[in-house]
Each structure stands twice: as structure tokens, then as C-alpha cells.
Design a protein around this ligand. Structure first.
Ligand SMILES: [Fe+2]
Length: 380
């Protein structure tokens, strides 16, 4: 007998699929049966940069605020309450350092340390707290943190009131969104590339209890398993972002982009005009994605790290099963300009060729068929 006592149970647990296609029998279930912990969300991202002044200039134009700044360290924050979401340390070379996830409870850190052979450390940095330092199978530093100080909320940008079909709430008033930085409300997700995608995926599902919202596969190679996953936190009946982490199989491992939520489409578009007028480079946008449904606008920061403004993303509770779809460049958006070579990372470059040669030589999940399949997908 079905019991409908809570809103989440109205969606029959683990039987609903939100996309046109679900899993075939025996395919990856998209979640671990018994994960070590269930991470609550993203806490912050860590970078090293050569020039903190330039980093701060772009960050302010992008709509982040400065939480604190010294000669060697810059902490950036979003408008909603939370720990500062980006830390940048001065270094001789610019690079992505790693990602911090937030544990739901202090006990989770002990459990995670025991399961991974790590230890719980007091974090000797701005905001304090405790953390377990791990390295994922790709080689990316992952810190799971708890108890770091949060900054209280600052005023949010107000979404516009739209006159839409069937509802005309705005009369005797004009629509004049200011051409100003789109105020970032919070860090939403990070996208990482890996040569060992399958191993890395299972690592996040087993250790952090993340669950897959959508899988993508190389057309004609579905039997070899997925090559991209959009992964959310498991907060039970509490809806959470469609993806907090997205991961894909690719020869160049590491950071792909990070995404920051803004109030609405107008905030994003006006903020995009502001960035463009200030001379910053748009990578791809504005459009609406398919997996996650959010409206998006992608930019390059001064060190060519890709960052995304987004709004109106999907929220799923833990009951939804993964969707499955073939990977393609045209399948990345419902509307918007065609995906650019800059966004897709397909522009031929010495580093891309070097990465592909290395990836083929190394023992990993990339072989000739996979590489050709991925390249074909990015052209279709
Ligand atoms: Fe994104």
C-alpha cells in the first residue's frame, strides 16, 4: 500500500524518470547503495592566481563581492548567507586548486576520515571550521568541511515583475533593469573533466553520497557506459539543485567551469551587457540548457577560467532516477546561439593535442574509439 504522508512521497520513490529516456536494465544506477556520508552542498572553490587585483576587478564586474583581502589572499562571497564561495591565493602560476564540499554534520567528518584513512583537521584559514582533505581519482583536491564561519546575507537583486500570458501584475509602471553587475546569490555548481570518469563518479557517489540526475553517453557506445554525469546532493525530500557537480570524460582533466546563481534572466542579460562593455570575453550565451534547464551565460575570467551566470535551474528531491541521453553539442541547449568552440574546448591547440596523445598512451578510460566518439559528439 502506498502511503502519501509527505510531499516527497507523492513522487513514487525511485521509479520516476524526468527525461525521455531512463536506464536500461543493468546500467549504472546513479547512486551508491550505502554511501559513507551525504554531503550537503558545495562550500567553496580554491584557485591560485598570479594577479589578485585583476582577479578582484573581474569578480566585482561578474557580481561577486569581496569578503576579505590581503596581499596574498582574496576571499569572494555571494549575497546569500554562507561561507565565502571562492578563495584565491597569490602564486607564481594561475591554476585551479580544488573544491570544498560541506558536510551536513560534524560527525560526518569522523565517518569520512575513518572510511578513507584520512584525518579531521582544524582548518587554519579565514572562517576556521574542520575538514577532511582527500584527493579524488582524477587527482583533484577535495576537502569536506564543517563548521566554517558563514557571512550573513546582503541584499539580493530583485527579480523583475513580468506581464505574462494570463497574468498582468505590472500596470502604470515601466521595466528598466539597471545595466549593472548581476548580483551573484550563491555558488551553484562546478564542472570537472577526468580521464577516469567512471572511477571518479563512483568515488563521489560512494564517499559523498551524491546522486546522478542525468547521464550522457557517446552515441553508438552506450553499452560502454556513460561519459558525462550531472550529479546532485542527496537531501532526501528537500529539493536541491539538479547538479552541484558535473563530470565528463575528456583528455584534459581538471576544472571546466563553475556556475553562480543570479536573480533572473534580466539580471543576467543586463549583467552580461555590463561585462561586455567592460571588455570581458563571453564564451557562450545566453541560452537555456537541457540538463538542469537553467538559463545560462558563460564568461572567461582574466586567467581564462570559465564561469557561468545562471538562473531558473531545476530542483530535484532524492526520488528522481537518472535520465539518459546521447551527448552532442546541439543537445546542450534548448535555445540560444550554437555552442562555441571556446565553450566546447574543441579549438585545436598544442595543449589539447598533447593531452589527447598522453591520454591515449596512459592507462585510463580513454581509447581511440572513445576519443573519436567524444570528438564526433562535440561536432553534432
Ligand atoms: Fe554549468
Amino acid at each position: 500500500m502506498t502511503q502519501v504522508s509527505a510531499a516527497a512521497e507523492v513522487v513514487t520513490a525511485h521509479t520516476d524518470v524526468h527525461s525521455e529516456q531512463g536506464a536500461h536494465r543493468g546500467e549504472h544506477p546513479g547512486r551508491a547503495a550505502n554511501p559513507v556520508i551525504k554531503a550537503h552542498g558545495l562550500a567553496w572553490l580554491e584557485f591560485e592566481k598570479t594577479d589578485l587585483d585583476r582577479t578582484e576587478l573581474f569578480a566585482r564586474d561578474f557580481g561577486l563581492a569581496v569578503h576579505s583581502r590581503t596581499a596574498d589572499e582574496l576571499w569572494l562571497r555571494a549575497a546569500r548567507e554562507g561561507a565565502p564561495c571562492v578563495v584565491v591565493r597569490r602564486a607564481p602560476q594561475s591554476r585551479f586548486v580544488g573544491v570544498a564540499f560541506e558536510a551536513a554534520a560534524r560527525d560526518d567528518l569522523d565517518r569520512l576520515a575513518r572510511a578513507t584513512g584520512g584525518s579531521v583537521e582544524a582548518l587554519a584559514q579565514e572562517g576556521g571550521g574542520h575538514g577532511v582533505r582527500l584527493t579524488d581519482p582524477t587527482g583533484i583536491a577535495v576537502t569536506v568541511v564543517h563548521g566554517a564561519e558563514t557571512a550573513s546575507a546582503t541584499p539580493l537583486q530583485q527579480p523583475l515583475t513580468w506581464n505574462v500570458a494570463g497574468a498582468r501584475p505590472r500596470t502604470n509602471a515601466t521595466q528598466r533593469p539597471a545595466r549593472e553587475p548581476a548580483r551573484v546569490e550563491r555558488l551553484g555548481h562546478v564542472v570537472l573533466a577526468s580521464r577516469v570518469f567512471g572511477r571518479a563518479l563512483d568515488w563521489y557517489l560512494e564517499n559523498l553520497g551524491l546522486i546522478v540526475s542525468d547521464f550522457l553517453f557517446v552515441d553508438g557506445q552506450r553499452d560502454r557506459g556513460p561519459t558525462m554525469a550531472f550529479i546532485r546532493c542527496d537531501r532526501g525530500s528537500e529539493p536541491t539543485d539538479h547538479h552541484t557537480l558535473a563530470m565528463l570524460l575528456a583528455p584534459e582533466a581538471g576544472y571546466v567551469h563553475s556556475a553562480y546563481e543570479v536573480a533572473d534572466l534580466d539580471a543576467m542579460a543586463a549583467g552580461g551587457e555590463y561585462l561586455r562593455e567592460r571588455g570581458w570575453q563571453r564564451s557562450w550565451g545566453i541560452g537555456r540548457h537541457i540538463q538542469g534547464s537553467q538559463v545560462f551565460d558563460y564568461w572567461r575570467d582574466p586567467d581564462r577560467f570559465m564561469v557561468e551566470h545562471y538562473a531558473d535551474g531545476d530542483l530535484f528531491d532524492s526520488s528522481l532516477e537518472p535520465g539518459w541521453a546521447p551527448m552532442s553539442a546541439s543537445g546542450l541547449a534548448q535555445w540560444g546561439p550554437p555552442a562555441t568552440a571556446d565553450f566546447l574546448g574543441t579549438r585545436p591547440s598544442p595543449s589539447l593535442v598533447k593531452a589527447a596523445v598522453e591520454a591515449l598512451r596512459e592507462d585510463n578510460e580513454i581509447d581511440r574509439a572513445r576519443l573519436m566518439g567524444l570528438m564526433k559528439a562535440m561536432k553534432s
